[in-house]
Ligand binder design. Sequence first.
Ligand SMILES: Nc1ncnc2c1ncn2[C@@H]1O[C@H](COP(=O)(O)OP(=O)(O)OP(=O)(O)O)[C@@H](O)[C@H]1O
Ligand SMILES: [Mg+2]
Length: 237
Amino acid sequence: MSTIHADAPAIRLADVRFGYRPGQQVLDIPALEIARGARVFLYGPSGSGKTTLLGLIAGVLAGGTGRVEVLGTDLARLGGSARDAFRAQHLGYIFQMFNLIPYLSVRDNILLPTRLDAQRAARLRGQSPAQAATELAEGLDILSLLDQPVTELSVGQQQRVAAARALIGYPELVVADEPTSALDADRREAFLRLLFASCERVGATLVFVSHDQALAPLFSQRVSLPDINRAARPAAA
Ligand SMILES: Nc1ncnc2c1ncn2[C@@H]1O[C@H](COP(=O)(O)OP(=O)(O)OP(=O)(O)O)[C@@H](O)[C@H]1O
Ligand SMILES: [Mg+2]
């Protein structure tokens, strides 16, 4: 089980370099610090490394150099399965491609984090996992879909299932990769309300990737990835 260091920042990166292949440099970030409870809008052009950065923060990607500390834990010190356990316990990740489990129903996809981690299940604030899943589904307007296979959903419906799965059990850190890209205006607004309320309720930190600059004012901190990523800059002559 991992220990949480309450006074450490939510995220601290130092001299992080990462490429998917030898010789490829996608990220070269000297420093990035995100405080607990911050609501961060992360932006940058397509291909600039936003998803890669979220993958490193969530411990889905590993193998670079430098230090990635999340909630005071140095992820490089954890092995693969310990990183998976850490993520299940502390993080909600809304993946850009959703990553829903195709053979599970909507309900079972949403409940997954509570089944992977006992502490996550214990943080439901008096609700049963089933009640929590129902409440999230209601807030995201997917209540009538709970017993359907996720393979029979529209893209925007899948995105809302991915959001409910990330938020169940009040994770301390939520990373959301373009989570509103497939939503209409009403659902986008409802989702953002739910997302912000869920984070605020437990003082969670939110890192939100979006191309939609109209959303930027809703956040407490805006981070331009090309500004912090030396790999995005042309080499000095
Ligand atoms: N699995 C992979 N293998 C090899 N290269 C990859 C892989 N995933 C991403 N890349 C490369 O890493 C770079 C950053 O990709 P990333 O997906 O992080 O960008 P992004 O900022 O999230 O873009 P978008 O806004 O389109 O989602 C790109 O040049 C991409 O080609
Ligand atoms: Mg991306």
